[in-house]
Design a protein around this ligand. Structure first.
Ligand SMILES: N[C@@H](CCC[C@H](N)C(=O)O)C(=O)O
Length: 280
């Protein structure tokens, strides 16, 4: 890196869930909560829902032991600086970056995450498929928004979700504040999805994300939404086309795993100003 330049960044999104990508293979950057918050701030920073640091698993102290040291690891941070175990849209954008940067060949590639290694496949049409691992229902719970009460299922997608299926018109829900949740069931917070069946395999979804707020899409959330929609239809496995404000993804749920397929777009590349990086 030229000493007159700050760290390199790339901006990208998956169905408008947007991220700042920070290439940092050896873990040289000191990625404080304050820097993540500033990077994600849409006025004083670049603006994003989260940060994806690109680091070799062997260079990250808290990488899970089952992630080989030479695998590229997605060190994900929410906009508030908090660490989350998994980010489904982020993994797609991360894989797109690895291929565009010449760090991985197109096609099948592994990505390390705090939920373990996730196999990813990049497609020539710009779509990316992630094997999201098992999505496990572990309880039932409730929340309430805009005067409506919602019953939902707690789903572990590597990170925690409460996915609520109803016939309520979700467009009108006020998601400016975090929906209330059971703190005993979700001691580390929760992502809350509101799911509206549209007929056939199609559902509409909105989400309030832990550590971010309402986002235009949440990949792990679309998996939780699909599990909940299948449950509501009396099924354990199947597929759903999930329509989120930022676009459309396809989710398939099998007995022991799930896949998420959707677009991944790189928007811009550049370098942070060195003075800004020192005092964001
Ligand atoms: N938007 C992400 C989820 C990011 C993490 C989530 N906010 C959490 O804290 O668990 C996705 O695409 O899955």
């Amino acid at each position: 890196m030229d000493s007159s330049q700050g760290p390199e960044f790339v901006k990208g999104h998956g169905t408008q869930n947007d991220f700042v990508i920070l290439p940092d293979p050896d873990g040289a950057l000191i990625l404080t909560d304050e820097r993540v918050q500033a990077l994600c701030d849409r006025r004083r920073g670049l603006g994003a829902d989260g940060v994806l640091r690109v680091i070799r698993a062997g260079a990250l102290k808290d990488a899970p032991a089952d992630v080989p040291a030479d695998v590229w690891f997605m060190d994900y941070r929410n906009a508030d600086g908090s660490i989350a175990e998994m980010c489904g849209n982020g993994v797609r954008v991360f894989a797109r970056y690895l291929v565009e940067a010449g760090l991985a060949a197109p096609g099948e590639l592994p990505v390390g995450t705090r939920a373990g290694v996730r196999p990813v496949r990049t497609h020539d049409d710009g779509q990316v498929t992630v094997d999201m691992g098992p999505a496990k229902v572990f309880a039932e719970s409730t929340t309430s928004v805009s005067g409506h009460s919602f019953a939902g299922v707690a789903v572990d997608v590597g990170n925690p979700h409460l996915a609520c299926v109803s016939d309520v018109e979700i467009e009108g829900l006020d998601l400016t504040a975090a929906p209330p949740h059971d703190h005993h069931l979700f001691p580390n917070g929760v992502n809350v999805e509101f799911v509206q069946p549209l007929g056939g395999d199609h559902v509409r979804m909105r989400v309030h994300e832990r550590g971010v707020g309402e986002t235009r899409s949440c990949g792990t959330g679309t998996v939780a939404a699909t599990v909940a929609a299948l449950c509501a239809a009396g099924a354990d496995t199947g597929r759903r086309v999930v329509h989120i404000p930022g676009g459309t993804v396809e989710v398939a749920v099998a007995a022991t795993s799930s896949t998420l397929t959707g677009p991944a777009v790189l928007v811009a590349r550049g370098h942070l100003d060195p003075a800004w990086w020192q005092q964001p």
